[in-house]
Design a protein around this ligand. Structure first.
Ligand code: ADP
Ligand code: ZN
Length: 218
């Protein structure tokens, strides 16, 4: 199962990835997570990426293509993988095709999470993330039992610096301008499947499982 999850920020790609990886046993590759870890660790990559991320702009293509190309060389990707938040530009998609050429067969399916801006904005501005285990909450839709504290591990919850309203609006604009063209790119290859990102977590998970069963990916 070699998948790409495509859709605007706030579509629920990260949430579904976690569930899908658990169910299907393939690694979750999120360029956003990898970049945030590099920022946290104070790595040169993180220093370079942070200014883009804080503004809601894209990190340069060469940088993220390099990250993913390296990650795909790891043995755990042999049985498949879920790419979340990559590719985000046509140039990245071409870079991915090239990276896969030598080592793996191509992508099986690209799932396009069609999501209304209103839902995305609401989800992102209300999101809280556990500092310790990374689990996501929402102040209204999925609040923790104790305010500011993770149910799973007791860690402190925080708001991502790019989840304020102004930056969220810019991320959505960047998505429309630079990432949306990938819908045509992959639909031209005949591997795009559209789902509604507005659905709740469990309903969307069922839709996705159905798609994989139908395509005999699982
Ligand atoms: P979201 O999808 O909610 O915006 P991500 O965690 O995927 O969140 O990305 C956060 C930020 O990391 C992006 O706004 C961007 O700056 C950077 N980033 C992540 N993935 C990419 C990518 N494939 N290309 C360029 N920048 C990226
Ligand atoms: Zn936690």
């Amino acid at each position: 199962m070699k998948l790409i999850l495509l859709g605007p920020p706030g579509a629920g790609k990260g949430t579904q990835s976690v569930e899908l990886c658990k169910r299907y046993g393939v690694p979750h590759i999120s360029t956003g997570d990898i970049l945030r870890q590099s920022v946290k660790a104070g790595l040169p990559l993180g220093l370079k990426a942070k200014s883009y991320m804080d503004k809601g702009e894209l990190v340069p293509d060469e940088v993220v293509i390099g990250i993913v190309a390296e990650r795909l060389k790891d043995k755990d990707t042999e049985k498949g993988f879920i790419l979340d938040g990559f590719p985000r530009t046509v140039k990245q998609a071409i870079g991915l095709d090239e990276a896969l050429k030598g080592i793996r067969s191509g992508i099986d399916m690209v799932i396009y999470f069609q999501t209304s801006p209103k839902v995305a904005i609401e989800r992102l501005t209300g999101r809280r993330v556990c500092k310790n285990c990374g689990f996501n909450y929402h102040i209204k839709n999925m609040p923790p039992k104790k305010e500011g504290i993770c149910d799973k591990c007791g860690g402190a919850l925080y708001q991502r610096p790019d989840d304020n309203e102004a930056t969220v609006l810019n991320r959505l604009k960047v998505y429309e301008d630079q990432t949306k063209p990938l819908v045509d790119y992959y639909s031209g290859k005949g591997i795009l499947k559209k789902v509604s990102g507005d659905l709740g977590v469990n309903d969307l998970f069922k839709v996705l499982s159905g798609l994989f069963a139908e395509a005999k990916l699982a």
